[in-house]
Ligand binder design. Structure first.
Ligand SMILES: [Zn+2]
Ligand SMILES: [Zn+2]
Length: 171
């Protein structure tokens, strides 16, 4: 995710970066599409504001049935960046309570990979379902209940009804 134009950025000019590249490594996820969209780098005093919209399709595991499914992330970009080197650990030092600016330099080229990596990580849903009414896996036998009821279901008794069942069996 390299872009030229550092000089015009240093002169205070906005730089538009069009994205259509594989997602940077280090998110821990698998992606079914490139990261696409546009990010404008707007000089703002000593920092740079990154603004725009990007989207990427991520392959996630269903929280209930563990099936893989694709989810498109629509990411609004509004993040402070700094003209510091991505591989410089000093560039990541915390500054107060705010999110530290994200470094966007690789040598003398603009590199948006760390920015995009962080944006994707914070946009990942904490829990994702293959479909809203996914029935999940049977906790006893592990069968996928989306494919139909398993054998244990018939014998299962709702725990709230168990005392009633015991009462009926006593008679
Ligand atoms: Zn599912
Ligand atoms: Zn079962």
């Amino acid at each position: 995710m390299l872009y030229t134009g550092l000089n015009s950025l240093r002169k205070g000019r906005t730089l538009r970066c069009v994205l259509d590249t594989p997602c940077p490594e280090g998110t821990g996820e698998t992606f079914a599409s490139n990261v696409e969209g546009e990010i404008a780098l707007v000089p703002a005093g000593r920092t740079i504001m990154a603004q725009g919209e990007v989207r990427v399709t991520v392959r996630l595991e269903c929280a209930r049935c563990l099936a893989f499914h694709d989810t498109e992330l629509q990411i609004t970009v509004e993040r402070e960046c700094s003209l510091e080197q991505i591989d410089d650990p000093e560039a990541y030092s915390e500054s107060g309570d705010d999110l530290p600016p994200i470094p966007i330099l690789s040598g003398d080229e603009i590199d948006l990979s760390e920015l995009v990596r962080q944006l994707v990580i914070i946009s990942l849903p904490p829990r994702s379902l293959c479909r809203p009414d996914c029935r999940g896996l049977c906790p006893q036998c592990g069968a996928d209940l989306n494919e139909g009821p398993c054998k244990c279901e018939a014998e299962e008794v709702d725990p709230r009804l168990a005392p009633l069942k015991a009462l009926l069996e006593d008679r």
